[in-house]
Design a protein around this ligand. Structure first.
Ligand code: ZN
Ligand code: ZN
Length: 428
């Protein structure tokens, strides 16, 4: 509380860096994961995020955490594997580690992921090896991932600036300046610069929740995305059918363990589950995609009855094609999300090369696994029932951005009528 009174009287920009970091840590614990007294917390983080993790750990114990356990990842060590490990290494993943995560979640541990790894770390590596390693990790991660997509426990993802990521986002700046700029962008878009960030988040969640309620009251059959004018990359004309019993979600939500949390800090999106067989037309990405260390640029895809039948990219095309052939569901949609162009992340104009930020700057779609929480009663449905409603199933879930100032969206009703939902990137 003493820190809150210090913060309340001092403008955010004048706070020492560690105070700003502490503010982000407090929001991560109280707003992000919503940690409960006596609950365990499992953190995964890049090693450069150590200082933020220490502040998070302090706030977690102040909130009554039973135990905080952090698993650090090191980009340099990941690269060493690509340089020196035997070829068989790339079909292997430490199942014991992922099983331990699943066991923790089953015993009601909360999860906090800290994102910040170099988005281009594996850009120079053999795409076949990268995709083999990703596929092996996805298979091993599946039991834990399923608990996350079913929203069994409270979880959150927050960001920490790291030197490599910062230099990619601000290539013109000195490395020191770039790092400071990226931290600043994280603080602003994570909505922690006001005098009372926890209250600011309560209001932000209330605004998103009003939008979600409105969308749910419409019962749209499909959404039609179309670009006007000279949209980049050939533009978009895509109809996305929505799953039967689809439910719009966004902002904070209550996990199956009864804990209210914000799964993403920042978050701006309203999202739901598309119908895996009712997506038709062509779509052009409006931003590049960084997927597991590979950059994929100028994605263009054509969908027929839910499946991608053609996919191109000007960079990373191999990685894209490998990604969509991961399994049967990897070439179908598992999420569709609406984000207005006037959101703070979009207005920052920064390309973050990181899905947590870029997906909250623009309307987007995701290939792969659907969130069962985006279906009425979905959390407790067996896989076959989810599939019968049109929800997609896959080892992957990869968001890519299609919205921007040129995007229009119509809501289509079952009787064929329609109404405008977004024009030139913003809500009508
Ligand atoms: Zn999304
Ligand atoms: Zn997503």
């Amino acid at each position: 509380m003493s820190q809150a009174s210090f913060a309340a009287s001092t403008p955010f920009t004048l706070l020492p860096f560690e105070k700003k970091l502490d503010r982000l840590a407090e929001v991560a614990v109280r707003v992000g994961v919503g940690l409960q007294p006596d609950q365990e917390l499992v953190i995964t983080a890049p090693i450069e995020a150590q200082l933020l993790v220490r502040h998070i750990t302090e706030h977690a114990y102040k909130a009554g955490a039973r135990l905080v356990t952090t698993f650090y990842a090191d980009d340099a060590a990941s690269l060493a594997r690509y340089q020196y490990a035997p070829d068989s290494s790339f079909d292997y993943a430490p199942t014991w580690y992922y099983d331990a995560l699943a066991a923790a979640y089953r015993s009601n541990a909360a999860r906090m992921g800290i994102t910040g790894a170099d988005p281009a770390l594996l850009a120079g590596q053999d795409p076949a090896r990268v995709s083999r390693a990703n596929a092996a990790a996805s298979r091993a991660y599946k039991p834990a991932m399923e608990l996350i997509t079913r929203f069994a426990i409270n979880w959150t993802i927050v960001a920490a600036a790291t030197p490599a990521w910062a230099s990619l986002v601000f290539p013109e700046a000195s490395s020191e300046r770039a790092l400071a700029n990226l931290w600043d962008a994280i603080f602003r878009t994570s909505r922690i610069t006001g005098e009372d960030p926890v209250e600011d988040w309560r209001q932000h969640n209330a605004n998103i929740s009003r939008r979600v309620d409105l969308l749910n009251s419409k019962r749209y059959h499909s959404l039609h995305f179309f670009t006007s004018g000279n949209a980049p990359n050939g533009g978009t004309d895509l109809t996305v059918g929505l799953a039967d019993q689809h439910l719009w979600c966004g902002g904070g939500a209550t996990a199956a363990n009864g804990v209210y949390c914000n799964a993403n800090i920042p978050t701006e999106e309203c999202f739901t589950t598309p119908h895996r067989e009712r997506v038709n037309g062509h779509v052009a990405a409006s931003k590049p995609l960084s997927h597991q260390g590979t950059l994929i640029e100028d994605i263009r895809c054509t969908f027929e009855n839910g499946r991608i039948v053609d996919a191109t990219a000007t960079a990373g095309q191999d990685a894209l094609r490998k990604l969509i052939s991961t399994d049967e569901g990897a070439c179908r949609l598992g999420e569709v999300a609406l984000v207005p162009h006037n959101s703070p992340i979009a207005q920052s104009g920064i390309l973050f090369w990181n899905t947590l930020f870029d997906e909250n700057a623009a309307s987007h779609i995701a290939l792969g696994q659907a969130y069962s929480t985006c279906l009425v009663g979905g959390e407790s449905m067996p896989q076959e029932q989810l599939a019968s409603l049109g929800a997609n199933h896959s080892l992957i879930h990869v968001d890519w951005m299609i919205g921007g100032p040129a995007m229009n969206v119509d809501g289509l009703f079952a009787d064929g009528s329609s109404e405008p939902l977004m024009r030139d990137g913003d809500w009508v």
